[in-house]
Write a protein that binds this ligand. Structure first.
Ligand SMILES: CC(C)(COP(=O)(O)OP(=O)(O)OC[C@H]1O[C@@H](n2cnc3c(N)ncnc32)[C@H](O)[C@@H]1OP(=O)(O)O)[C@@H](O)C(=O)NCCC(=O)NCCSC(=O)CCCCCCCCCCCCCCC(=O)O
Ligand SMILES: Cc1cc2nc3c(=O)[nH]c(=O)nc-3n(C[C@H](O)[C@H](O)[C@H](O)COP(=O)(O)OP(=O)(O)OC[C@H]3O[C@@H](n4cnc5c(N)ncnc54)[C@H](O)[C@@H]3O)c2cc1C
Length: 680
C-alpha cells in the first residue's frame, strides 16, 4: 500500500532534481498509510496541517536558514540566533500567532537553541508557578511581550546538583523592606544559566533566605540585571558569558555575581513561602515546592527525547537506503546498506524507541497536567510520584537518545563524521540534556529512593495498595515466577514482555533493599549504607523506567485499537513495540539471566524473534521515518534530505566551506611554498 496522500512539505536546502529512485521505491512499498501515522503522531489531520504550515513558513524563510551555521564563529552564531529571535517576533505579529501554542509551534519549527529558550521554558513558568497573583500581573505581561527577557539562575560555580548547598544569600533588611543579594565566595557565582551572559535583562535567582541570622532555605527572587535603556549591567552586578563549550554555541550561558544588590521585598516569589514586612517567615506547604519548574522542565525534556532521536534515525535510515556498498555476489548490483542485518540491528531498535518515547511523552504530559491541577487546589500529594517518575524517565530517555544519535552517526560511516550530516551537532547540542535539569545519575537516585521506600512500606504492610506504575512492588510472589516464553511466538505476547520487565525491576529493588539492610547489619548507618548501594540504585531506576516506557507503549496501542485505528497502523506499531521490548531485554540479558528468570531455553527464541522483527520492519523503514514528517530544514542534514539527493547535496554544501573561496590555500605562501620550492 502506498501513502494515502503526499506530505505537503517543500524540499528546501536539498539540491533539486529527480528524487533518488531507491527512496521512491521504498516509499511506494509501505505496508501502511504513512499520512495516517503522521496524524496519529501529531494529534490529528488539522493539527498536522497547522504544524506543516508553520514548518513550511520557517523552512522557506532565509533568516532561519541553517546551512551556513557550520561556517560561522561563535560570536556570529550568537548574533544570528538573535536575528532569528527578532524575526520570530516579527512573524508572531505578522501572522497573528498570539496563542502560546502557536508561538511554541513556531519556536519548535525554527529548531534552534535560541537565547529566549530559558525565558519561555523556565523564567515565565517560574513566575506562573511561584509568583503571587499580583507578581504575575506585574511581570507576566512584560515577559510575554519581551519587554523584559529572563532566565533561571540556580546553578553556581560550586554547586549544581546539591541545591541546598547554594551559597548566594538574600538577607532581609527589615528597616528598608528589601533583600540584599550577595555572592560571598567565588563558588557562589551563578554559572551556566542559559541566556544569562549577554541576553537577559532579568532573572529568577535561587538564593538562601536569611532573616535576622535565621536560615530559611533556598527561595526564588526576581532580579533585574541590566538596564532596559542601554543593556548595561546594573550597579553591584557582574555578568558575562562562561566561554567556549562542547557545543550550544547559539546560547550565552552565563556567570553572575552580586555585590550587596538590593531588591524590594515583593521581589521574592511568594506564592508558597512569604516574608512579611516585619520579617515574619511563613513556610511553604511542601518543602520542595520551589523545585516545581525543574519538574516541569524534566517533563518537557522527556517529551523532546522522541523527536530528537527520530531526527537522527530519519537521517540514518534514509541515507542507508541511498548508500550502497558491495554486491552480495560478483556481477550482482551493490546492496543498499540498510539491507545488512547489522545496520538494521543498529537502527531499527532506535526507530522503535523513538516511537516508544513518543507515547512516554504523552504519558508524562498528562501526569504533569494532573499534578498542576492538584497544586492549584493546594494538593501536593502527587508531587513525590511526579518528581520520582519524571526524574527517572528524564534520565533514561536522554541517555538512550544521546547514545542513539551517536549510533546513527557511526552507522553513516565516513559521511556521518561530516558536520554536513547534521548528526555531530545534533549529538553535541543534545547530550547536555543528560546533565542539565538534574544530572541523570543524581536523578536516578531520587527515583530509586522513592521505589525503595514504597517497597519497604509494601513489605511492612501486606495488602497495601500502591499507585499504577509501582503496584508491582506489592507483589513479592512475582519474584518466584519465571519466564515461560519458550517459543518465538510467545515472545510477542505483551503480557509476557511486561512480566519480564516487572520481574527485573522488582528483583533489582528487592536486591537493593536487602543489600541496604545487610550494609546496616554490618554496622553502617543508613546514610553510609545508601552510599554502598549507589550503582545498584542507578540500575533500579533504569529498570523501573524501562518498565514505565514499555507499559505506556503497550497501553497506547490498546487504546488505539479500542478507538478504531486501522489494522495496518496497529500492526506496524505492534511490531515496533515488540522490537522495543525484546531489544532492551537482549541488551540487558545479564539482568534477566542472573536470577534465573531466563535461561537459554528462552534466549534462543528471543534472538530469533528479534531477527524476524528486523526483517518485518525493513520494508516499512523509510515510511516509518517519513511519518515523523520532518522538513529538510528541521533535519539540517545532507544525508537525510527527503529527495535522497545525498551526494549532490553534500557536494554543493561543501562548496560553502570558506577554505574553498580561493584555489590556493591561505598560508600557502608562508608555510607550503618554502619547502616545496626549497633546493634538494
Ligand atoms: C533532588 C535533589 C538532587 C536533592 O534535593 P535535596 O538535597 O534538597 O533533597 P533530598 O535529597 O534531601 O530530598 C528530600 C526529599 O525531597 C524530595 N525531593 C527532591 N526534589 C524534589 C522535587 N523536585 N519535587 C518533590 N520532591 C522532591 C526527595 O525525593 C526527598 O524525599 P523523601 O524525603 O521523601 O525521600 C535536588 O537538589 C535537585 O533537584 N538537584 C538537581 C538540580 C537541577 O536539576 N538543577 C537544574 C538547574 S536549571 C537547568 O539546568 C536548566 C537547563 C535548561 C537547559 C535548556 C533547555 C533547552 C531550552 C528549551 C526551552 C524549552 C522551552 C519550552 C518549549 C517551548 O515553548 O518552546
Ligand atoms: C548546557 C547547560 C545548560 C545549563 N543551563 C542551566 C540553567 O539555565 N540554569 C541553571 O541554573 N543551571 C543550568 N545548568 C547547570 C546544570 O543544571 C547542572 O550542571 C546540573 O544540574 C548538574 O549539576 P553539577 O554541574 O553540579 O554536577 P555535579 O553534581 O558536580 O556532578 C558531577 C558528577 O558527580 C556525580 N554526583 C553528584 N552528586 C552525587 C551524589 N550525591 N552521589 C553520587 N554521585 C554524585 C554526578 O553523577 C556526576 O557524575 C546548565 C548546564 C549545562 C551543561
Amino acid at each position: 500500500m502506498s501513502s494515502s496522500s503526499k506530505p505537503n512539505l517543500p524540499v528546501t536546502n536539498a539540491v533539486n532534481g529527480p528524487p533518488n529512485a531507491d527512496l521512491v521505491r521504498e516509499r511506494g512499498a509501505a505496508s501502511f498509510p504513512v499520512r495516517d501515522l503522521t496524524y496519529l503522531v501529531y494529534g490529528g489531520q488539522e493539527r498536522t496541517e497547522h504544524l506543516e504550515r508553520i514548518a513550511n513558513m520557517v523552512a522557506s524563510d532565509p533568516v532561519f536558514r541553517k546551512t551556513d551555521r557550520f561556517f560561522l564563529s561563535r560570536t556570529e552564531q550568537y548574533r544570528r540566533s538573535l536575528e532569528k529571535v527578532r524575526h520570530y517576533k516579527e512573524l508572531i505579529a505578522k501572522h497573528n500567532l498570539h496563542s502560546e501554542l502557536d508561538q511554541q509551534d513556531l519556536r519548535q519549527a525554527i529548531d534552534e537553541d535560541l537565547p529566549i529558550g530559558l525565558h519561555v521554558g523556565m523564567f515565565i513558568p517560574t513566575i506562573v508557578g511561584q509568583g503571587t497573583d499580583e507578581q504575575q500581573k506585574k511581570w507576566l505581561p512584560l515577559a510575554r511581550a519581551y519587554k523584559i527577557i529572563g532566565t533561571y539562575a540556580q546553578t553556581e560555580l560550586g554547586h549544581g546538583s546539591f541545591i541546598r548547598g547554594l551559597e548566594t544569600v538574600a538577607t532581609y533588611d527589615k528597616s528598608t523592606q528589601e533583600f540584599v543579594l550577595n555572592s560571598p565566595t567565588l563558588t557562589a557565582t551563578k554559572w551556566w544559566p542559559g541566556a544569562l551572559g549577554k541576553t537577559s535583562t532579568h532573572c529568577v535567582v535561587f538564593a538562601r533566605l536569611v532573616i535576622s541570622d535565621r536560615e530559611c532555605g533556598v527561595h526564588p527572587f526576581m532580579v533585574q540585571l541590566r538596564s532596559l535603556e542601554n543593556h548595561e549591567p546594573l550597579k553591584g552586578i557582574t555578568v558575562g558569558d562562561i566561554g567556549p563549550k562542547f557545543a550550544y554555541e547559539t546560547m550565552d550561558n552565563g556567570f553572575l555575581r552580586f555585590d550587596h544588590v538590593r531588591i524590594p521585598r515583593d521581589h521574592m516569589l511568594m506564592r508558597f513561602a512569604q516574608v512579611a514586612a516585619d520579617g515574619t517567615y511563613s513556610t511553604p506547604p511542601h518543602s520542595k515546592v520551589s523545585y516545581a519548574t525543574m519538574v516541569f522542565m524534566r517533563a518537557y525534556i522527556i517529551g523532546t527525547a522522541s523527536s530528537t532521536l527520530a531526527k537522527a534515525v530519519t537521517i540514518a535510515v534514509r541515507y542507508s537506503c541511498v548508500r550502497k556498498q558491495f554486491p552480495l555476489r560478483s556481477g550482482e548490483p551493490e546492496q543498499q546498506i540498510l539491507n545488512y542485518q547489522n545496520q538494521q540491528a543498529a537502527l531499527f531498535p532506535l526507530l522503535a524507541t523513538a516511537y516508544a518515547f513518543h507515547f512516554t511523552g504523552n504519558y508524562i504530559r498528562q501526569m504533569y497536567s494532573d499534578f498542576v491541577r492538584g497544586m492549584r487546589a493546594q494538593d501536593f500529594s502527587v508531587l513525590p510520584e511526579m518528581h520520582a517518575t519524571s526524574a527517572g524517565l528524564k534520565s533514561l530517555t536522554t541517555w538512550i537518545a544521546s547514545a542513539g544519535i551517536e549510533t546513527c552517526r557511526a552507522s553513516c560511516g565516513g559521511h556521518g563524521y561530516s558536520k554536513l550530516s547534521g548528526l555531530p551537532s545534533l549529538y553535541a547540542n543534545y547530550i547536555p540534556a543528560c546533565t542539565y535539569e538534574g544530572d541523570n545519575t543524581v536523578m536516578c537516585f531520587q527515583l530509586a529512593r522513592y521505589l525503595l521506600k514504597l517497597y519497604g512500606k509494601a513489605q511492612a504492610k501486606p495488602g497495601l495498595r500502591l499507585p499504577g506504575n509501582v503496584s508491582y512492588l506489592e507483589k513479592s510472589t512475582l519474584l518466584d515466577e519465571r519466564c515461560d516464553a519458550s517459543t518465538e511466538e510467545l515472545w510477542l505476547d505483551p503480557a509476557r514482555q511486561l512480566h519480564a520487565y516487572r520481574n527485573r525491576a522488582l528483583r533489582l529493588v528487592a536486591n537493593c533493599a536487602n543489600r541496604l539492610v545487610a550494609e546496616m547489619q554490618k554496622g553502617k548507618d543508613e546514610v553510609l549504607a545508601v552510599e554502598a548501594i549507589k550503582s545498584d540504585m542507578v540500575k533500579v531506576a533504569k529498570a523501573h523506567s524501562y518498565y514505565v516506557v514499555l507499559n505506556n507503549f503497550v497501553n497506547a496501542i490498546e487504546q488505539l485499537r479500542a478507538s478504531g485505528t486501522s489494522t495496518p497502523i496497529l500492526r506496524v506499531l505492534k511490531t515496533l513495540c515488540d522490537l522495543f521490548a525484546l531489544h532492551f531485554i537482549q541488551a540487558d540479558l545479564g539482568d534477566f539471566l542472573e536470577y534465573g528468570y531466563l535461561s537459554s531455553l528462552h534466549t534462543e527464541p528471543l534472538h530469533a524473534q528479534i531477527r524476524r522483527l528486523l526483517e518485518a520492519i525493513r520494508p516499512d523503514a523509510v515510511a516509518l521515518v517519513d511519518a515523523f514528517n520532518f522538513t529538510d530544514h528541521a533535519l539540517g542534514s545532507a544525508l537525510g534530505v527527503h529527495n535522497g539527493r545525498v551526494y549532490e547535496t553534500l557536494f554543493e554544501w561543501a562548496q560553502q566551506e570558506p577554505l574553498n573561496k580561493t584555489q590556493v590555500a591561505p598560508g600557502y605562501h608562508e608555510y607550503i611554498k618554502p619547502f616545496l620550492l626549497a633546493k634538494m
